[in-house]
Design a protein around this ligand. Structure first.
Ligand SMILES: [Mg+2]
Length: 383
C-alpha cells in the first residue's frame, strides 16, 4: 500500500441504508437493477457513503449483514479501513461469499469516504501518492430486452459519439458462435477499426462455445475476451487463454484474495475485473492490483452497480493504481442516478475526469433518493 494512509474515523453514531426499486431506463433500453446505498455518520458529523453489489432476492439480506457488522464496529473507537478489514477477516473465519463481501465492500467504502472528508482529500490521494485524475472509460452496451443486431450496432455508434472510449457487446446473447461472429463483424464495421470493442461472453453454461467463437472473432480485433468460462474454472480459463491471442478478462463474480492469487498463479488472465462493490473492499482491490502488477496483469474493475457511489469508488481506485485498464460505465444507469446524485466525475474524450471534492466526491439528495426506494432503514448506534 502506498502510502499507508489509515485514519481513525471516530465514533459511528448513525447508519442508514437505502434500497432502490428496480426500474426501466427512461429510453426503455434496459432494466435498471436495485442499488443498495449505505451512509455512516460519525459523532463528529462526518458522513461516509458506501454501496453494496446487489442481486435479486438478496438485497435485504445484504442490508442486514451491513447493519450487523456496523453495529459491531460502532463499539470500536479506533476503527479505520485497515482495522475494519482485519475485523472482517476474523469474523468471516475464511468463509467468504459474495453477499458478505458486498456488505464489507460497502462499509469499507464508507469508511474511506469519511477518511477523505476528515483529511479533506479526494479518496485517490489517500490511496496513492501520485493519483491520476483522468481515467479511460468504456460503455457497456447491455440490454436485457433488445437483441437486434442493427439496433445494438446503432447504439454502439451513439455511445462512441457520446465520448465513451470503447464499447462492450455480448456476442453469445441469444446467438450461436457463427451468429455471434457475424454480430461482432457488423459492430466492428460500424464503429471503425480503431475503437476498442470489448466482447463479454458472460460465462456461458457451455464453455465449448467460447472455444468455438474465439477463432471466428479474432480477425475483428476485439479489445478483450471477457468471462469465456466462469472464473472459478481456472484451469479451463488458462487453457482458453493458451489457445488464443485474445486478452482474457475474469473475476467479476469472485471475491476474496485467494481466488485471484490462484488465477494469477495459473496464468489464466490478462485482465482481472473484480467488482469494486463485491470483492470485499478497496484494500482487497489494491492488493489484487499489486499482485497483478507482478505478473504484468491489468485490473479493470467490474461495476454493475449504480453509477454514483460505486462508480466513484471505482474511478478513485483506478486513479490510484499503475495497472488500471479502461473502467466500466453503464450509460443508462448513469442517466438514472443523476436524478438523485452528482456522481463527482464528468466524461470527456473517452475519459472520466475526477473532481477535487474530499472522499468519494459524490453528493446525494436523500429526499430524491428516497423517492426511488422500496426500503429505507435507519439505526442510531452506540446506545
Ligand atoms: Mg462481464
Amino acid at each position: 500500500m502506498n502510502p499507508e494512509v489509515d485514519l481513525k474515523v471516530g465514533n459511528l453514531s448513525k447508519i442508514e441504508t437505502w434500497i432502490t426499486s428496480p426500474t426501466q431506463s427512461d429510453d426503455g433500453w434496459t432494466e435498471i437493477k436495485s442499488f443498495l446505498f449505505l451512509r455512516l455518520t460519525t459523532s463528529d458529523g462526518f458522513e461516509g457513503w458506501g454501496e453494496a453489489f446487489t442481486l435479486p432476492y438478496r438485497e435485504i439480506a445484504i442490508e442486514k449483514i451491513i447493519h450487523n457488522l456496523v453495529n459491531t464496529i460502532a463499539k470500536d473507537k479506533n476503527i479505520t479501513p485497515h482495522t475494519f478489514r482485519d475485523i472482517v477477516a476474523n469474523i468471516s473465519d475464511k468463509h467468504r461469499g459474495i453477499d458478505f463481501s458486498a456488505a464489507t465492500s460497502a462499509i469499507e467504502m464508507a469508511l474511506w469516504d469519511i477518511s477523505g472528508k476528515i483529511s479533506k482529500q479526494p479518496l485517490a490521494n489517500l490511496l496513492s501518492k501520485n493519483p491520476k485524475n483522468s481515467i479511460p472509460i468504456y460503455a457497456t452496451n447491455w440490454s436485457n430486452k433488445e437483441t437486434q443486431t442493427e439496433t445494438i450496432g446503432r447504439r454502439a455508434v451513439k455511445l462512441i459519439e457520446q465520448n465513451f472510449g470503447g464499447v462492450k457487446i455480448y456476442p453469445l446473447q441469444n446467438r450461436s458462435p457463427k451468429e455471434g461472429a457475424d454480430f461482432v463483424s457488423y459492430v466492428r464495421n460500424l464503429i471503425g477499426s480503431d475503437t476498442p470493442m470489448m466482447l463479454d461472453l458472460a460465462s456461458p453454461d457451455n464453455f465449448n462455445l467460447s472455444y468455438e467463437l474465439a477463432p471466428l472473432i479474432t480477425p475483428f480485433n476485439p479489445y478483450w475476451y471477457e468471462e469465456p468460462v466462469d472464473g472459478e474454472k481456472t484451469r479451463i480459463l488458462a487453457d482458453i487463454r493458451s489457445k488464443t491471442n485474445l486478452r482474457i478478462v475474469t473475476g467479476e463474480k469472485q471475491c476474496g484474495l485467494p481466488h485471484f492469487e490462484e488465477t494469477l498463479a495459473a496464468n489464466a488472465a490478462d485482465i482481472l475485473n473484480p467488482d469494486i462493490a463485491a470483492v470485499g473492499g478497496i484494500l482487497d482491490m489494491k492488493k489484487i492490483s499489486e499482485l497483478s502488477l507482478k505478473k504484468d496483469v491489468k485490473v479493470s474493475p467490474h461495476c454493475w452497480n449504480s453509477m454514483s457511489i460505486a462508480a466513484a469508488a471505482m474511478l478513485h481506485f483506478c486513479a490510484s493504481i499503475e495497472n488500471a485498464e479502461m473502467a466500466e460505465i453503464f450509460p443508462e444507469y448513469l442517466t438514472h442516478v443523476m436524478k438523485f446524485s452528482d456522481p463527482g466525475f464528468k466524461i470527456e474524450h473517452g475519459h472520466a475526469i475526477l473532481g477535487n471534492e474530499p472522499g468519494l466526491g459524490v453528493s446525494i439528495d436523500t429526499s430524491l433518493l428516497q423517492s426511488f426506494c422500496s426500503d429505507y432503514n435507519e439505526e442510531t448506534l452506540g446506545k
